[in-house]
Design a protein. Structure first.
Length: 454
């Protein structure tokens, strides 16, 4: 199959645009169908608010499970891209094969543990006696089909990294269309409630996974093969992917902690505050996941040209990626202030809940533009294989977030939302410092060395 984009020869500005936009749209659609469940659940007659809080409790736990897909997918794609840039397609294919096996193993292991300990986990995540009856069935069904989520997301990274951005977007759109069609059928027509929402999501993810695997088997430039499994290579993949795993995994931990703190400091209003936080974090997914689509989807450009020792193309690509990230964040900053009521209205018709959620959305997006800088630069360092830089930058932002999150509720439970703002100023400042002091030195060093990645 003809490659959609030539990572080594196409004009950088148009190359970044052609890959970043479909990748961003794919993540936007992915977010949309991940919150479709919440929208339908929130509108279940009589129990919508409690059911939404229950699903909201599951959200960060399921996102954490999904982080394993990015650990392997984004861990493997820079290695594959650099190896391709060096002109070693057989080794690149071996990387894809090892990642597939790792995703399957992780899905079985993590899914089994999560189901076995679901009761204490859900209570730890903030479920009350009222919301647990909705959280438990949703969590159990979703996690039982988590292998489809991990394969669809993780292996799709290898489609994007090879330049097939439109194909990768189609796989996500397929799942979104299926989920939107099945949700009302299972939830309302079959009267399955939250069980129907979870089942619709699992079936949709299975369809996306089948699409992704068949493409990699039959049409990709670097195909999915079987065999050649090497523990040392798997270890390199895990080391390379630890940064995106830490980012997404700790984001989930942050939300879990937020729900627990809101339940503790909110008192009788604890469940209502968790419902509010579910809406706020749904909006943040609309901000952060497309940003991840831009910065993560274009990593293949950086990795390939880094492997080919084309520093000029790496620097030019990073500049355009940064501009796209900041542009998208600016748009979302404005929308958070003018379209908040429209967004919250998708989840609830309660005026007090709408007002509270709108305030939360405006607060957490105060530093959205600086936050976008962190996404671009951290993923940029990861694409060059510089995990020793990208990981501390990610962890440092989370440390700031956690400290703020445990201090701020002392002044009122709702003050916890300002933790996002504080972290989104401190984190990007550190990223900019590392970029201006280290990035060109890394590229210069690469020009005079030989790679031994695989």
């Amino acid at each position: 199959m003809k490659v959609e984009n030539d990572l080594g020869r196409d004009k950088i500005s148009s190359l970044v645009f052609r890959i970043a936009i479909p990748s961003m749209l794919a993540q936007f659609v992915s977010v949309f169908y991940s919150i479709v469940d919440r929208i339908f659940v929130g509108n279940i007659p009589e129990v919508g608010a409690q059911a939404l809080a229950g699903v909201g409790v599951c959200g960060p736990a399921l996102t954490f499970i999904g982080a394993f897909a990015f650990w392997v997918g984004i861990g493997g794609t820079p290695l594959m891209g650099i190896t391709l840039g060096e002109g070693k397609p057989e080794r690149a294919s071996r990387i894809v094969a090892n990642c597939f096996v790792m995703l399957c193993a992780m899905a079985v292991l993590v899914g089994g543990i999560s189901i076995a300990f679901r009761q204490p986990l859900l209570h730890l995540f903030g479920a009350s006696e009222t919301t647990y009856i909705y959280a438990e069935p949703y969590f159990k069904i979703y996690v039982s089909g988590s292998i489809f989520a991990l394969l669809a997301t993780g292996m799709n990274q290898f489609i994007i990294a090879q330049g097939y951005a439109k194909t990768a977007m189609c796989s996500v759109i397929l799942g979104a269309v299926m989920n939107i069609a099945l949700d009302p059928l299972f939830i309302f027509v079959f009267d399955m409630g939250v069980r129907g929402a979870a089942l619709a999501t699992v079936i949709s993810q299975a369809c996306s996974a089948v699409f992704v695997i068949q493409f990699l088997l039959r049409k990709a430039q670097v195909p999915l093969t079987f065999g050649g499994y090497l523990p040392p290579l798997m270890w390199k993949i895990l080391k390379m992917g630890i940064t995106p795993f830490a980012i997404i995994g700790l984001d989930s931990v942050v939300i879990i902690a937020m729900n627990g703190l809101l339940q503790y400091y909110g008192g009788a209003e604890g469940d209502a505050l968790i419902t509010c936080n579910t809406i706020v974090q749904s909006f943040m997914l609309v901000v952060t996941m497309p940003l991840n689509g831009i910065s993560g989807g274009t990593q293949g450009i950086l990795s390939y040209n880094y492997g080919a020792r084309r520093s000029d193309r790496v620097l030019a690509a990073e500049k355009y990626i940064l501009c796209l990230c900041m542009g998208y964040a600016a748009v979302m900053f404005v929308l958070a202030r003018v379209a908040g009521p429209l967004f919250t209205g998708l989840f609830t018709s309660d005026p007090e809940m709408t007002a509270q959620a709108c305030r939360g959305i405006r607060i957490v997006t105060l530093a959205a533009i600086p936050m976008s800088i962190q996404y671009a630069l951290v993923d940029g360092f990861t694409a060059l294989g510089q995990v020793q830089i990208s990981l501390p930058l990610s962890l440092g932002r989370k440390v700031v977030y956690f400290l703020a999150m445990f201090i701020l509720p002392q002044f009122g439970a709702a003050m916890i939302f300002y933790g996002e703002t504080i972290a989104d100023i401190a984190g990007p400042a550190a990223c900019l410092y590392m970029y201006f002091t280290r990035y060109k030195k890394i590229l210069a060093k690469r020009e005079g060395t030989r790679s031994q990645l695989v």
